[in-house]
Design a protein around this ligand. Structure first.
Ligand SMILES: Nc1ncnc2c1ncn2[C@@H]1O[C@H](COP(=O)(O)OP(=O)(O)OP(=O)(O)O)[C@@H](O)[C@H]1O
Ligand SMILES: [Mg+2]
Length: 274
């Protein structure tokens, strides 16, 4: 049996599972694009994610998905509206308070190679967050890095390797392990499986589902593929041109979809199979 005893288990979860962990209220983003012009990338978006659940955001390229993720993580300022985590406003914080808050929100992007310095070993990458946030000292973190690799079904010997010595799928597992190692309250996955081939994508989705159960993780899962997003979330916000046009229960998508854009997305998913 695999050793999955990790320190992250013992950090314990706080808060009631029914509580809203993340809430966006009338959030908009307008980017200036020169000559007095601007783009409304996100328009009046409101949604909430409960602790321990997973919410999907789906929509075509350029509809504002990553901008939402960037505003939640403080990389992009909101133009208007409010973002709160566990009932506390986190949009518009000063730098010092940003640092305190954003350790609780981890992001996983499409390209795992961009998440790790090419010269950093996998082991050091996994140790970094644990040491940086004072969760454990370097020596203990080395052991924990091996446990984290096992947790995501990788050989602990990979700790010695450099990023380019792993496949994209293996490296994305490492990035996921790093994201959850510091026990974040929220994990945002922005097209985290989009670059992987279908079979690897499925394995990573299964891993994410298992980790969510094991550690009561809360996910915001962003993607353009409705079938993929649906497979891992309870609720899905469908976005078009910066707006949420519909929010649906993943289980009853086909039954409940009312907006023409959602129906179009559904048709493009299911016509392939029929
Ligand atoms: N820093 C920026 N300055 C100006 N415009 C931006 C900026 N960032 C994003 N945009 C614009 O905002 C809109 C939404 O972009 P965003 O990256 O959020 O889309 P997306 O839904 O994540 O797309 P994709 O599926 O291709 O990743 C696009 O029109 C984009 O060009
Ligand atoms: Mg994007």
């Amino acid at each position: 049996m695999k050793d999955r005893r990790l320190s992250i288990r013992t950090h314990g979860r706080t808060g009631n599972m029914e509580e809203k962990l993340l809430e966006l209220t009338h959030v908009s983003k307008r980017f200036p694009v020169g000559k007095g012009k601007s783009i409304d990338a996100v328009k009046d978006v409101s949604f909430a994610v409960k602790s321990g659940e997973s919410l999907g955001i789906v929509g075509e390229s350029g509809c504002g998905k990553s901008t939402i993720a960037r505003m939640i993580t403080g990389l992009t300022e909101v133009s208007s509206g409010v973002i709160s985590l566990e009932g506390k406003v986190i949009s518009g914080l000063d730098r010092r308070r940003q640092r305190e808050v954003y350790r609780h929100i981890q992001m996983v992007f499409q390209d795992p190679y961009s998440a790790i310095s090419p010269r950093m070993s996998i082991g050091t990458f996994l140790e970094e967050g644990l040491v940086h946030f004072g969760i454990m000292d370097r020596k203990k973190a080395g052991k924990e890095a091996e446990n984290l690799l096992k947790l995501v079904d990788l050989d602990p010997a990979l700790a010695e390797r450099l990023p380019h010595q792993l496949s994209g799928g293996q490296l994305q597992r490492v990035v996921i392990a790093r994201a959850i190692s510091i026990h974040p309250k929220l994990v945002i996955l922005d097209e985290a499986t989009s670059a992987l081939d279908v079979s690897v994508q499925k394995q990573i989705l299964e891993l994410l589902v298992r980790l969510q159960k094991e550690f009561s993780l809360t996910y915001l899962f962003i993607g353009h593929d409705l079938a993929v997003v649906r497979s891992i979330t309870k609720q899905i916000c469908v976005m078009q041109e910066g707006r949420i046009v519909e929010t649906l229960n993943s289980e009853f998508l086909t039954r409940d979809a009312a907006h023409p854009y959602t129906k179009q997305l559904l048709a493009s998913v299911f016509s392939v199979r029929e």
